[in-house]
Design a protein around this ligand. Structure first.
Ligand SMILES: [Cu+2]
Length: 640
């Protein structure tokens, strides 16, 4: 026997203590919901915190064969854009809706980075209910940032592009691109009650790369701050050419003032085509509307809405502390965190303390706005969040660590290594005016040897850190689905009590719903065959169908008649070229099936629903085109 004293690398000191802190006993619930974006999988994953239990994947911008999202006839429209039905996106930033500056647990807004879109997830159902395409944008990375009462969700463009006043993006010689290109900041109005989004206006801004934003709080709550890199306005070999200036900018935008200008009519309307897709609450069917115009304003015509604050160097994250006074910027290439003072900024604006003007936008003097530079903080600072106890925590991509520092005197207090190359970090409420400073999640870009190897492709890694004491303590590694780009977390007791258990059948207004078994039927209209089917433990009705011919398009409208929590039924047809559908209790969903072979074709319930789940199946007979086989269907005795 040998005793083992080897401590594996990165394991927490006092492993028992760490285990106790993340242990949630079987049957018990976690204290927080954490919503982690999936990056390039286009989805959001829901975890319990501190256990790291994976609770759900919410499909948003990518089709999800597991439940038919993006494949079912009801959900297809949510992926509509002016480029067509786009079944994938790159989802970076989840942001919770806010009331009085605090996450209210009603909605989660998320961005599609690639084909510019914003989606809204309803947190009573954990389902995507709305998507809005953003015109005049390319690379919707700087998105979606809510104001303190979710008056607006704000989105900036990462790639600047030649936005045409006649609508769309111009076809310009790339060598002359930087003479024509512009950025856009979109202000999406959010309806107080329903949460519905509407692109109210855009500010056309200089052609920089707008990277990250965050809204002010308290004294600064009328403002939103954006990092703008590539002040060089390079268009090629950006890794060199966009890194030449010692300082780029923080763009400070007074959103209240901008909205007032729009109210006063100081806007132009330009053509802009974009899709707005909504899931109807009563029918559970999504539909699309194509919008044709957008209101734009410019800093030139609307003075005092935008100021540029020089900021070192190629800044990435911009985070406002809970008091609303400090604007902490991660100087990605400067290896320091410049902290701007909001009150200094107001003074500099009042005193016209400008060093220059860029396309009519005043550039304030760096030294006049700055509160402090947090130096020697580490290499590659990217983001900062706050614990509500006077401390800030910054992520270092290059030196792979989280660094704790004090807002009072900008002193560095502690550092902890993370594995490996952390991007965003997240403290529950750490971007609001009252953070819950108990845990911090580091979202790492590189995994390497953290888990058992799974071939060349590894899952990504998040790490949970205890920040309740003076020293940070590593508690837990948990693998994530897709890239955990950014996250939000909220106390479970704000969200859980409102979680919907079933959809009520008596409220089902789906146009093809079948609310009782007696009404099930099969109808032909030309070469469209509609099957009005019901599912209840443990049969599908009808379960025998004849009279389908090659050349037909069949729609299975399946209504789940169950009214119990956690009894979904699934539905799949042999050879169907889309996916299964998963139908929640009381809901109707539609699977399209275009048969390609004659013969008897089985269909069945895919979600293990009862002891007789394996019996929950049926047959569709497919006959040749033109065959004399009439529509006929039954459950039980065919003669009845
Ligand atoms: Cu079933």
């Amino acid at each position: 026997m040998t005793s083992c004293n080897v401590k594996s690398k990165g394991s927490p000191d006092g492993t028992d203590d760490a285990a106790r802190k993340v242990y949630v006993a079987p049957g018990e619930h976690d204290e927080f919901y954490a919503f982690l974006s999936g990056g390039f999988n286009g989805q959001v994953s829901v975890y319990g915190m501190p256990s790291g239990r994976h609770l759900k994947m919410i499909p948003v911008f990518s089709q999800h064969a597991e439940n038919g999202y993006g494949y079912s006839e009801e959900s297809k429209a949510l992926l509509n854009t002016t480029y067509g039905n786009i079944p994938w996106d790159d989802l970076h930033h989840p942001k919770l809706s806010r009331t009085d500056g605090m996450a209210d647990g009603r909605f989660l807004f998320v961005n599609g980075n690639n084909t510019p879109r914003i989606a809204r997830i309803d947190l009573t159902t954990f389902e995507t209910v709305e998507t809005l395409e953003i015109p005049n944008s390319a690379g919707n990375h700087c998105s979606p940032y809510p104001t303190n009462n979710t008056e607006y969700v704000v989105a900036g463009t990462r790639f600047s592009v030649p936005i045409s006043d006649e609508g769309g993006i111009e076809d310009i010689e790339l060598e002359k691109l930087n003479e024509y290109y512009r950025g856009s900041i979109s202000f999406i109005k959010v309806d107080d009650k329903s949460g519905e989004m509407d692109l109210e206006f855009q500010i056309l801004v200089p052609g920089f790369d707008y990277d990250i934003a965050n809204g002010g709080k308290g004294p600064s709550e009328d403002w939103i701050f954006f990092t703008a890199y590539n002040s060089e306005q390079a268009t090629t070999l950006k890794e060199v050419n966009a890194s030449l200036h010692d300082k780029d900018f923080v763009a400070a935008i007074n959103w209240k003032k901008a909205a007032e200008y729009v109210k006063q009519g100081k806007y132009r309307e330009i053509p802009a085509e974009y899709f707005h897709n909504k899931m109807d609450k009563k029918t559970h069917v999504a539909s699309s509307e194509v919008k044709k115009k957008v209101k734009v304003i410019s800093p030139e015509e609307c003075p005092d809405i935008m100021y540029l604050i020089p900021t070192p160097k190629s800044p990435h994250g911009v985070d406002v502390d809970p008091s609303g006074e400090f604007i902490c910027v991660s100087g990605k290439l400067a290896s320091m965190v410049p902290v701007h003072s909001f009150s200094n900024m107001l003074k500099a604006i009042e005193n016209k303390d400008h060093v220059d003007v860029f396309e009519s936008i005043p550039i304030l003097k760096y030294e006049s706005v700055l509160a402090a530079e947090v130096k020697d903080i580490g290499l590659g600072p990217l983001h900062t969040e706050f614990d509500g106890k006077g401390n800030a925590y910054s992520s270092m991509f290059v030196s792979s660590e989280i660094v704790k520092w004090r807002l009072k005197d900008f002193e560095i207090l502690d550092r902890i290594p993370v594995y490996y190359s952390v991007g965003h970090l997240m403290i529950p409420g750490g971007d609001t005016h009252k953070p819950d400073g108990k845990y911090l999640v580091a979202m790492n870009k590189i995994t390497k040897d953290r888990y058992l190897p799974t071939g060349p492709e590894l899952c990504h890694s998040a790490q949970l850190i205890d920040i309740s004491g003076d020293k940070m303590k590593m508690l837990l590694d948990f693998p994530t689905i897709g890239e955990p780009h950014y996250a939000q977390a909220i106390k479970a007791d704000i969200v859980a009590p409102k979680s919907k258990k079933i959809y009520r059948l008596d409220e089902n207004e789906h146009p093809h719903a079948t609310l009782k078994e007696a009404d099930t039927r099969v109808e032909r209209d030309g070469n469209i065959v509609r099957v009005y089917m019901t599912a209840i433990r443990s049969h599908l009705a009808p379960d025998n169908i004849e009279g389908i011919h090659l050349g037909d398009t069949v729609y299975f409208h399946v209504t789940n008649l169950e009214q119990d929590w956690d009894v979904p039924h699934g539905f799949a047809v042999k050879g169907a070229r889309n996916a299964e559908i998963l139908i929640m209790p009381g809901e109707t969903k539609t699977l399209e099936w275009i048969p390609t072979k004659t013969g008897v074709t089985p269909f069945y319930c895919t979600d293990f629903c009862s002891a007789l789940h394996q019996e929950m199946q049926g047959y569709a007979r497919v006959s040749p085109e033109g065959a004399n086989v009439p529509i006929k269907y039954w459950l039980g005795d065919p003669k009845k």
